[in-house]
Design a protein around this ligand. Structure first.
Ligand code: ZN
Length: 95
């Protein structure tokens, strides 16, 4: 059964990550929210790598201002791409 809620295992993976906004250049550590990196309607499922922390500001930009997640960097950060901006070169097929 598919659920919109993150399960315990997914949350455990998430909690093992640094508690910091994952947006590159943003080091917010307060008022973080759990973000589904691939939006639910498109992915049809939730997996651990698709959860990340975002601060309220970055989450707002993504949810209401049409900003998009870029590919995740080795340091765990990802760029937040403004609307009307050409997509970054893809690192390969998605998960
Ligand atoms: Zn942020």
């Amino acid at each position: 059964m598919v659920s919109h809620r993150a399960n315990a295992r997914q949350l455990a993976v998430l909690l093992s990550q640094p508690y910091e906004c994952e947006t590159d250049g943003c080091n917010a550590r307060e008022h973080l929210q759990i973000d589904h990196i691939v939006e639910y309607g498109r992915s049809k499922r939730t997996c651990a790598t698709q959860l990340g922390y975002k601060c309220a500001h970055c989450h707002y930009l993504k949810t209401h201002k049409h900003w998009r997640d870029g590919p995740k960097h080795p340091n765990g950060k990802r760029k937040l791409i403004p609307p009307n901006h050409p997509p970054p070169t893809a690192p390969g097929p998605g998960p």
